[in-house]
Design a protein around this ligand. Structure first.
Ligand code: DGJ
Length: 328
């Protein structure tokens, strides 16, 4: 009898957690395979084979306050995520001093060099340095080694975002205050910036771009620190622009339902292509408890709209989504 209890005690947690995520619950605690809240803030996602990798700021409690950490999670269904560890554990690389900043990691996989190249926003405590850092790994889940930092094309760069076009070309999105944000093509080995595609003349951060049905959609948030604001979008037929006027992505009084954009992920399934809006619900005083708002967007014909968040799920094979409460 005792043995039966021991077996149940061993198996039960994995059963509970392996079945835990039937839904994506915007704004809720999002447990990983161990039941810990996912720590991948200001994140980015790439897909390698059938696996999605989610990288973000690791902000769990009890970390070495002199270091900055980037976490990595892996998933095949975008709902259940396995923590792969803190794949970058960085000590102040450039004598930046106390409260130095390392935010919004974005990883690109270079098929020619077979390297995983991570871009980060690197700064000092007053956000005046405004550089990107580049780190490299041979595997998606690390470890990443610090290589260098620079200002992309000599411009200031704070929040960064990533965009990979349908032809596989990789672009860095970076905020260049006071001008707006820029989209720039990475060099062939992804270790630098080849050229600027456009300067989007709007003061936005948390920049993200998606290419959907022949149109480019760019979104971003206003410059209000950790506080939410009405995020906006514009469209263009070419990455070089011209970009349309910016419009709200959600009722402005909701301030993007309390969130800030970080990425738009396109899931091209057998039956449908879904674009997921991925955003952070920051809790500046308890950052480890910051949440995520992921929702499928209403998108097409030049329009983009974020509906009121509710639990939902996606079938990554078909691309179809379902809201909780609608008929199964
Ligand atoms: C807003 C940015 O989007 C965040 O990544 C972070 O840099 C905060 N500002 C800091 O106030």
């Amino acid at each position: 009898m005792k043995n039966v209890f021991v077996v149940i005690a061993i198996i039960l947690p994995s059963v509970i957690f392996s079945q835990a995520q039937q839904w994506i619950n915007p704004g809720e605690v999002w447990p990983d395979q161990n039941g810990n809240h996912i720590q991948a803030h200001g994140g980015g996602i790439i897909k390698i084979g059938k696996t999605y990798y989610w990288y973000g700021e690791e902000r769990r409690q009890g970390l070495d306050s002199n270091k900055r950490y980037v976490s990595c999670y892996a998933s095949k269904d975008l709902m259940n995520w396995d923590f792969k560890g803190d794949v970058l554990q960085l000590a102040d690389p450039e004598n930046l001093g106390r409260r130095w900043v390392c935010e919004r990691p974005k990883v690109f996989y270079n098929t020619k060099t077979k390297k995983y190249v991570m871009y980060l926003h690197l700064d000092n405590s007053n956000y005046k340095l405004a550089k990107v850092a580049v780190c490299v790994s041979d595997k998606p889940d690390g470890n990443y080694e610090y290589v260098k930092s620079f200002r992309p094309l000599e411009h200031e760069s704070r929040d960064i975002g990533q965009f990979i076009d349908d032809d596989g070309q990789a672009y860095l999105i970076f905020e260049d205050r006071p001008f707006g944000f820029r989209v720039a093509k990475l060099t062939e080995d992804y270790m630098g910036i080849e050229k600027e595609m456009c300067l989007v003349n709007m003061k936005l951060e948390g920049g993200a771009v998606v290419h959907y049905n022949g149109l480019y959609y760019a979104i971003g948030s206003a410059l209000t620190g950790w506080n939410p604001n009405p995020n906006k979008y514009a469209t263009a037929t070419s990455l070089e622009g011209p970009w349309s006027a910016f419009k709200d992505i959600a009722p402005p009084e909701t301030k993007t339902y309390g969130s800030q954009s970080t990425l738009m992920l396109k899931v091209a399934g057998r039956k449908k292509t879904t674009v997921i809006f991925m955003a952070d619900i920051w809790k500046p005083r308890t950052q480890w408890d910051s949440r995520y708002l992921w929702m499928p967007l209403e998108i097409g014909n030049g329009k983009l709209w974020l509906q009121e968040p509710k639990p939902w799920k996606i079938d990554v094979k078909t691309g179809e989504v379902k809201e909780k409460g609608t008929d199964e």
